[in-house]
Ligand binder design. Structure first.
Ligand code: 9Z3
Length: 310
């Protein structure tokens, strides 16, 4: 399996700014080691699989990035530094609180004549929310607890995950891998991909996709064997959810699978380990009161990570 994965990496093109990103991730990890912090790599958002080399069309995996961005904030609250490996354009920690508003509607232009007042400012009704989010965000940045790395395609994701895993291994059992990104199981190898835009004049489109080698296998065995690994299992059919989570644990021998259904993912998840199944549920009232399920997921995982470390 590991050699299949090596082959997959070899045939993939190198991500944009790969060397800079690698240096950034390694530097971030070294700084966390000096500060004796725990580190989590959070993956977030969906991968994109191109159908053409000069890509006009692609297949996408569903994920808006809510799980990853929200969890990142709760990991910070629990004292973890975070490498946030996310799909470009998906939700980002802290910024996510402002995305329900058009950025331009939050601002106002002040008259030029008023002295000591900036020409542009935040409208008074948004001030409190922005101050709250901004002060946490600034403090996280000042403490160097967030490193944001972007991907778009499946191959970029896997190559960046590879370097993040190798770097995380440096932290030993203080490292946590939190694989919330929605990752394609299928791809078109480079050598089979048409170079130019597929023409509709050629008739109905039939595509043949190959299976992506399972990255959890080399990740757990070779890239980051000392790290506490949490993967996610997404299904739409409730009857197979837990059995699929168990079979993932059985195959890869990592620590936890967070099992969720697409429709209920914001109010129910099951934390599955080799000898336990723990349901975490929010009520509608919890949700209306602004409670987020990621807060409980992260707290429970921290407890399990503590046990793993000791
Ligand atoms: C998840 O199951 C995430 O919880 C969601 C979060 C993608 C549902 P949103 O970002 O959604 O809040 O909109 N992620 C894992 C999905 C996945 O591809 N898992 C693979 C599988 O189920 C294993 S890596 O086989």
């Amino acid at each position: 399996m590991a050699s299949e994965f090596k082959h997959f990496l070899r045939q993939s093109s190198i991500p944009d700014k790969f060397d800079e990103k690698t240096t950034e991730v390694r530097g971030f990890i070294q700084s966390q080691i000096q500060n004796n912090r725990r580190v989590v790599v959070v993956t977030s958002g969906g991968t994109k699989v191109p159908l053409e080399s000069k890509t006009v069309r692609y297949l996408d995996n569903f994920s808006v990035g809510s799980r990853g961005s929200t969890s990142t904030e709760y990991f910070h609250k629990e004292g973890y530094a975070v490498i946030f490996l996310h799909r470009k354009g998906s939700l980002r920690p802290y910024q996510r609180h402002l995305t329900h508003q058009n950025f331009l509607d939050i601002l106002q232009v002040n008259p030029e004549t008023t002295p000591n007042i900036p020409r542009v400012s935040v409208k008074p009704q948004y001030e409190n929310d922005i101050i709250k989010t901004l002060s946490i965000y600034k403090s996280i940045r000042e403490q160097n607890m967030l490193c944001e790395i972007e991907f778009q395609t499946l191959s970029e994701y896997l190559q960046l995950l590879h370097i993040c895993s190798l770097a995380l291994e440096e932290v030993g059992n203080k490292g946590l891998m939190y694989l919330a990104a929605a990752v394609s199981d299928f791809y078109i190898p480079k050598e089979e991909m048409p170079q130019h835009k597929i023409q509709s004049s050629s008739g109905p489109l039939q595509i043949s996709l190959q299976l992506v080698p399972k990255m959890l296998s080399p990740l757990v065995k070779e890239w980051a064997p000392s790290v506490f690994v949490v993967s996610f299992k997404l299904e739409t059919d409730k009857s197979i959810l837990v059995s699929k989570a168990k079979s993932a644990l059985n195959n890869y021998k990592h620590q936890v699978v967070v099992a969720n259904l697409l429709e209920t993912r914001k109010k129910e998840v099951i934390l599955v380990t080799k000898d336990s199944e723990e349901v975490i549920q929010l009520t509608d009232t919890d949700i209306n009161n602004g409670k987020e399920i990621e807060e409980i997921i992260v707290q429970q995982l921290k407890t399990k990570h503590n046990q793993f470390c000791s």
